[in-house]
Design a binder for this molecule. Structure first.
Ligand SMILES: [Fe+2]
Ligand SMILES: [Fe+2]
Length: 174
C-alpha cells in the first residue's frame, strides 16, 4: 500500500496503485502524486488578485448550488445507483467549494438548500446544463487567472465538470 496525494484538494488516497481520478475532488490522474512528491495547491500561499478573487467567489456559489441540487436529486432518485451517484457528485462539488475557501483563506462553506424536480429526466437535463455552464466558466477563469495555482485549479475543475456531463449522458443513452 502507498499514500497518494491530490495536488488539487490535498486529500490522501491509500492504495496499491494511483487512482484514475481523485476520489474526493475528481481531479484527473496527472494531478495525483506519490505522497513524498506532493505539494498540494491548497497548502501553498499565493497572493490572489482582485479578478481571481471575484471568480473564486462566483465558483464558491456555483459549487454550493450544485452540492444542494445534487443532494435534492439524490433524495428524489428511486434507483439506488442514481441516488448513490448524486450523493457522490454532491460530495465532489462540496469538496470544490472547500478548496475555494482554502485558496481564499476564508471560512468553510455554509450549506444551502435548492429545489429540484420529481422527474429524474428533468434532473439529468438540469445537471448537464449546470455542468456545461461550469465547464465553460472555469475554462474562462483559468485563462483569466494570472496566479499559477488558481490557473491550475480552474484547469483541473473544468475537466472534472466536463467528466460529469459524460457521466449523466451515459444514463440518458440507456
Ligand atoms: Fe483531489
Ligand atoms: Fe464542481
Amino acid at each position: 500500500m502507498k499514500t497518494y496525494i491530490c495536488q488539487i484538494c490535498g486529500d490522501a488516497y491509500i492504495g496499491t496503485e494511483k487512482p484514475h481520478d481523485c476520489p474526493f475532488c475528481g481531479a484527473t490522474q496527472n494531478f495525483i502524486k506519490l505522497g513524498s512528491e506532493a505539494y498540494p495547491i491548497v497548502n501553498q500561499k499565493e497572493e490572489i488578485g482582485e479578478l481571481s478573487k471575484k471568480n473564486l467567489l462566483e465558483t464558491l456559489e456555483l459549487e454550493k448550488t450544485a452540492n444542494a441540487l445534487y443532494l435534492c436529486m439524490a433524495n428524489k432518485a428511486d434507483k439506488y445507483e442514481i441516488k448513490a451517484m448524486y450523493k457522490r457528485l454532491a460530495k465532489v462539488e462540496l469538496e470544490h467549494a472547500i478548496i475555494v475557501t482554502k485558496l481564499l483563506g476564508i471560512a468553510r462553506p455554509e450549506p444551502k438548500e435548492e429545489l429540484c424536480s420529481d422527474d429524474m429526466l428533468e434532473n439529468f437535463q438540469k445537471t448537464i446544463e449546470l455542468e456545461d455552464t461550469a465547464t465553460n466558466l472555469y475554462a474562462r477563469f483559468a485563462k483569466e487567472a494570472v496566479e499559477k495555482n488558481v490557473k491550475i485549479f480552474f484547469t483541473a475543475l473544468s475537466q472534472v465538470e466536463r467528466g460529469h456531463i459524460e457521466l449523466i449522458k451515459s444514463y440518458l443513452s440507456e
